[in-house]
Design a protein around this ligand. Sequence first.
Ligand code: ZN
Ligand code: ZN
Length: 593
Amino acid sequence: VRVCRVLPDIPAIDRAFDYLVTPDSAGIDIGTIVRVPLHGRRVRGWVVGVDAVPETTPERLRPITAVVSAGPPPAVVELCQWAAWRWAGPMVLFLRGASPPNVVAPGAGSDVDGAVYPPVAAPMTLPDDRTRLVTWPPARSRVDLVRSLVASEGSTLLLVPDAREAERLADALRADGRDTVLTRGATSGADRTRAWEAARHGARVVVGGRSAVLAPVPDLRAVIVLDEADEALEEERAPAWHARELARERARRAGASFDLVTPAPTIDAMEIAPARARPDRAIERTGWPVVEVVDLRVEPPGTGLLSTRLGPALHAGFADGGRAVCVLNRRGRARLLACRACGELARCDRCAAALAEVDDGLACPRCATRGPARCEHCGGTRLHARRLGVTRARDGVAGLVPRATVVAVDRATAEVPSEVDVLVGTEAVLHRVGHGGRPVRLVAFLDLDQELLAARYRAAEQALWLLVRAARLVGSRGTGGRLLLQTRLPDHEVIAAARDADPLAVATVDAPRRRALGFPPFGGLAELTGNPAAVADASAKLREATTVLGPSDGRALVRGPTVSALCDVLASVDLTESRALGRLRVDVDPTRV
Ligand SMILES: [Zn+2]
Ligand SMILES: [Zn+2]
């Protein structure tokens, strides 16, 4: 008798059971989608083991009901198992993402195509390493660079967070004669099934968002991830997996090359790829817009965020048929404290986040350091909070450019008008403004400090990523692109990075801080949220194995000395009882903590 192990498609069960292989199901392999009896029902599931040694006597086992569809290849099934460990979630959710939405006849078409293409010269010097970090400026085309990184034989996975750029790159590779498969989450099940089937034949370049990392190519030679700092590469729902990490693991298992291409590498990327490549300084400099820094500490009293430079810069932005955009982020109740005497902001001397007022002085919301309510720079004791909302900012901006049309944009704005001179909004405006209509020539960040000093441990790289988005919108200095950064921290590493077109400067300054505090990638961190009783119960159970901070306000942070040590703890502690109390979300490597 042959026995196979099947994982039913029920996330809450998350364990595999043994079934008998019948003559009708003799063709199954690891990954095949089958139907099996379970607790009196017939359920879909994936074969995760063939010729298994049964846990019970074969006489007690029930046969597979039917073979349903082809599924992910064994290597991808193993990758899903790793992902379930890495992000502390049910393996079933990864297998769903790796499977065709519609039925694909099992067995048929599993022969592998072959093709060899001539290598393409890179527009810059690249080291020979298998894992590389390539820094490429934001406002310069990456088509030639990507062409040179695609494997000349076998398959390549190309992960592109921006759907429009994914399409452009797929078109360019197709024009080169490459067999290219574009995968998109938003298309129909039939389209996605066709793409899945094509990828299964190999000798393809699979281009897509984060889900492309699970494409069933049998002959992987190269994995390329663009813009690894883009939050679109992270799944929002639990398990909140990150395509950069999953792509790296897939490349490692397949012995494929792994390239990260980005204008602004995160510390994670720098840890993954010690081999770095940058283009010539001239290419790098001209691939960024002009960056003008406005020091708010020396503005005349009473100007607030409406600096003397803002009006003229906006004018230059919308003159000659262009548009200007003002970004003003306001998150939560955070207020930045500035010294009335010298204008400096109150910052934590341990981790550099903005300090907040508490009863007996100042406290750091990121690392909990406390101190007296006193300015570190001049000893002044009068600190004041500054705050201005988007609506009032719009009115203020409109006052600076009296004859211009100025419109506030928020998440509720149905359609962003293209025939206006100035748009004012939170960072969402950078996504909303689009690439049609009048060109955006200026993006002004009215209060960048809010971003630079946010309590989130990834604040610096997230702030730099905002500048990258803005840079892509306005274009390079050669085409007149311009950023205006208003700040009380003109020497901050994020500002220096954009101004000097030297993006590695941010990680260089930030990495030692993050290492000292044990934040990822230097230590394991997971966030527990959901039902307060469930979070409290899970915190108590995990506290026996590792460090848990909280819970407070229905949220707890789980720490481990390394990422893998934390994942081992999360895999070994059974949280079934906690989940029975209510919804529990476990977020490994949370990006917004
Ligand atoms: Zn001061
Ligand atoms: Zn701190």
